[in-house]
Design a protein around this ligand. Structure first.
Ligand SMILES: *Cc1c(COP(=O)(O)O)cnc(C)c1O
Length: 437
């Protein structure tokens, strides 16, 4: 990256040579013009909205519009209940099998159901049952809140203790610290978010999984910020369990159901604590006693939200067409580009890099920190039409979705942020948080 010129021509040159460039046209990109442009203070570059929050809600694939239109008008509208026999019933496993290819799993090791939170609950609970008598769960303090809350609730009702490993710098968590916290014969489960949601730090999946296994514990990975942005190899790491979102880098749409993975040899050992009829063996026999279905089907609960479920498939297909290794290569190049611009333009204003500098330890988003981060975030959104998001205490997160983010987007976003800093445009905004940041 050091050899790159930091100018718009260079960003456009990188886009012109991007082998994945054609995929941007697969997404709905609306043309909104930044407010400051209409107020007569033109931006020097592309005035369109720069969306850098694909790690929170991915863009809408055009193919999904067509797919949903058919699902609504034809499948629901005309086929009605017959739809269940014409592709709906198979959808959780069919789409799961596609997601499996992005995370190094077998086709029959992944299924789509419920939310990430619910799947996380199901697998934590099942893991504790499978390690009965063990009383320790290991996680860390900067884990995603829903994961922490669910662990706390389960710990309370199941009488287990959570060991929290601290981050010393707020960005990384040392693998050694995790490994040292795992107590042999006592630890039932180690659970981590593979790519940390604030800093983008990526754990060493192999090292942590090996350490958990040496202690006789299971490992549960939350892949929400990894899937679709970087290669994950669950099978190669011998990972036991995983969950993840479909509405972030998979572009499945708001609230689209999540996925869960259980290594094949564990599937018959683990039981779903929520014994719903979709997880029942021979479901339509309508028997009275619960008997878990074979394989991943037992981890289903109730009727899937079919429209949201069907909306996932086209986004996953696009990622498979692009190739996860290609997406990762572009993502690394783009986060490096963003960091180079930060270094040149924003560091002098006291903006810190709150993500790992080493690309091998970094996912596909970059967090920039400043004591006025919340107000800077608002100025970016309201005046500059740059859409990152904000995570306390001071992280402005720039999510790069390599399937549609351009180098030009990154260049212009950093240029607009420089302007926010130079002109102190954030000073007029209050420091209180709004409901959604
Ligand atoms: C986004 C995210 C979730 C979201 O869970 P939902 O149940 O879909 O709200 C969970 N865990 C992690 C790590 C996330 O990044």
């Amino acid at each position: 990256m050091a050899t790159l010129a930091l100018d718009l021509a260079c960003a456009r040159e990188l886009d012109a040579h991007d082998p994945l460039a054609r995929f941007r046209d697969e997404f709905v990109i609306s043309q909104e013009v930044a407010a400051s442009v209409t107020e007569g203070r033109p931006l020097t570059t592309d005035p369109d909205t720069l969306y850098l929050d694909g790690n929170s809600l991915g863009r809408l694939p055009k193919r999904t519009v067509a797919r949903l239109q058919n699902a609504i008008e034809h499948e629901w509208g005309k086929r009605l209940v017959r739809g269940w026999g014409e592709g709906w019933m198979d959808a959780p496993a069919r789409i799961g099998a596609k997601i499996a290819q992005l995370i190094g799993a077998q086709r029959d090791e992944v299924i789509v159901a419920d939310s990430t939170s619910t799947n996380f609950y199901k697998l934590v609970y099942a893991a504790l049952d499978a390690r009965a008598g063990r009383t320790q769960i290991v996680t860390e303090t900067v884990n995603f809140p829903t994961d922490a809350y669910i662990l706390q609730g389960i710990a309370r009702t199941r009488g287990v203790e959570i060991t929290y490993v601290d981050s010393t710098d707020g960005i990384t968590i040392s693998t050694d610290a995790i490994v040292n916290a795992i107590e042999r014969n006592k630890c039932a489960l180690v659970t981590l978010t593979h790519t940390a949601f604030k800093s983008g730090y990526v754990y060493d999946m192999q090292a942590v999984t090996d350490a958990a296994h040496r202690a006789g514990a299971l490992v549960l990975w939350d892949l929400s910020h990894s899937v679709g942005s970087l290669p994950v190899d669950l099978n190669a790491c011998d990972a036991d369990l995983a969950v993840g979102c479909t509405y972030k880098y998979l572009n499945g749409g708001p609230g689209a159901p999540a996925f869960l993975y259980v290594r094949r040899d564990l599937q018959e050992q683990l039981l779903n604590p929520i014994q719903g009829w979709f997880g029942q063996r021979d479901q339509f026999a309508m028997g009275f006693e619960y008997a878990p279905a074979q394989g991943m089907t037992r981890f289903l609960v109730g009727t899937p939200p079919m429209l949201s479920l069907l909306a996932i498939e086209a986004g996953v297909d696009l990622l498979l067409e692009a190739g996860i290794e290609n997406l990762r290569a572009k993502s690394v190049q783009q986060t490096e580009f963003l960091i180079a611009l930060w270094d040149a333009w924003l560091k002098p204003f006291g903006v810190t890099l709150n993500s790992p500098r080493d690309a091998n330890m970094r996912g596909s988003h970059v967090s920039l920190g400043h004591p006025d981060g919340l107000r800077i975030d608002r100025a970016l959104i309201e005046e500059m039409h740059v859409i990152p998001d904000f995570r306390p205490p001071d992280n402005i997160r720039f999510g790069i979705a390599p399937i549609y983010t351009r180098f030009e987007d990154i260049y212009c976003a950093m240029e607009r942020m420089r302007r926010v800093m130079q002109e102190k445009l954030y000073e007029k905004y209050p420091s209180e948080r709004r409901v959604v940041t």
